[in-house]
Design a protein around this ligand. Structure first.
Ligand SMILES: [Zn+2]
Length: 259
């Protein structure tokens, strides 16, 4: 049996590990019109998938439990984020150039970073075809593994306790988008791409996560909108038009990449 890819100590005995947590893709499987929730096979033919993709024997049960704790907690926070218009006291709103930022007051930035890094790491270690176009540079993948392995906990209480003690988070830009309106007629899709030389993007039903693998040559505005810092969580509210454009760009990219 292979060793668990996170701890590299125990056997990877866990079956059906989700690469992207179920709650971040569930809405995609509710309606037949959500054409982005597709697996594109190598012949270029589209095949609809029925459930969030799962993978066997990549993690041990202990490490799977650590991700499960992280996800359960984030799923609750995401509900609040999606309902931000009715919970104005829980958020701050700021504008940076043309970007409207949503800043959740009750979401720990270190926790959010752990969750975000866990997504990028899991997609990178996955061998599923859906994520084949995405692989982080080896050194970064290892840096993320060490960060997660060291700080994730099997119990919620232990995770909450460790958060204030985490000092060195991975020093990269993480940019997160969410549609301003929760109209799910158009969704970016449940997929991941290296969208340009140094930018990796994960599309889920509720949020789009971007990771910049280098700090140099980036737009100075990014310092003001990204989650490189650990003081607050920044989510960019995307207009309907931009969200739709993002979705179509992905679908186009998925289709083109199979030819
Ligand atoms: Zn493990």
């Amino acid at each position: 049996m292979n060793l668990c890819k996170l701890c590299k100590i125990r056997n990877a005995d866990k079956e059906n590990s989700h690469i992207i947590p179920k709650f971040l893709g569930k809405p995609l499987f509710k309606s037949p019109s959500h054409r982005a929730a597709m697996e594109i096979n190598k012949g270029g033919r589209n095949k609809k998938i029925q459930d969030i993709p799962k993978e066997d024997f990549i993690l041990c049960s202990n490490c799977e439990q650590k991700f499960s704790i992280l996800e359960t907690y984030f799923a609750r926070k995401l509900k609040s984020i999606n309902d931000f218009k009715n919970r104005k006291n829980d958020f701050r709103f700021t504008q940076v150039h043309s970007n409207n930022l949503l800043i959740p007051e009750n979401l720990d930035p270190i926790f959010f970073k752990l969750f975000t890094v866990s997504l990028f790491w899991r997609v990178s270690i996955s061998t599923l075809f859906l994520y084949e176009k995405y692989k982080l540079p080896e050194l970064i993948e290892e840096e993320f593994r060490v960060f997660l392995s060291k700080n994730l906990k099997e119990k919620h209480r232990d995770l909450i306790e460790v958060l204030p003690k985490i000092k060195n988070t991975p020093n990269y830009h993480f940019v997160v988008f969410k549609p301003e309106f929760n109209n799910r007629d158009f969704i970016g899709g449940l997929t991941a791409y290296q969208t340009s030389k140094n930018i990796y993007t994960i599309f889920t039903s509720d949020l789009v996560f971007q990771f910049y693998s280098e700090l140099i040559q980036t737009d100075p505005i990014i310092d003001l909108i990204s989650n490189l810092q650990d003081e607050e969580v920044r989510i960019i509210l995307s207009s309907n038009e931009n969200w739709k454009a993002l979705g179509s760009a992905v679908i186009k990219k998925v289709i083109n990449s199979t030819h």
